[in-house]
Design a protein around this ligand. Structure first.
Ligand SMILES: [Zn+2]
Length: 59
């Protein structure tokens, strides 16, 4: 599960892995996870070892 914030829905939500549309490896060990929220909006979450901000968390 991914904890994401959808700017269009203006709310945070937990999305299951099947909402993942793609993974993109960025520089420095950062991974951009592309998801769609329950309304079908596109949401990008940054994760991976190279990122140092609290959340988003994988559950
Ligand atoms: Zn949304």
């Amino acid at each position: 599960m991914f904890l994401v914030y959808c700017a269009e829905c203006e709310e945070r939500m937990l999305l299951p892995v099947r909402h993942v549309q793609g993974l993109h490896n960025l520089a420095g060990g950062v991974i951009a996870v592309e998801l769609t929220c329950y309304e079908g909006h596109r949401v990008i979450v940054l994760t991976g070892s190279g990122i140092d901000i609290p959340g988003p968390a994988t559950v």
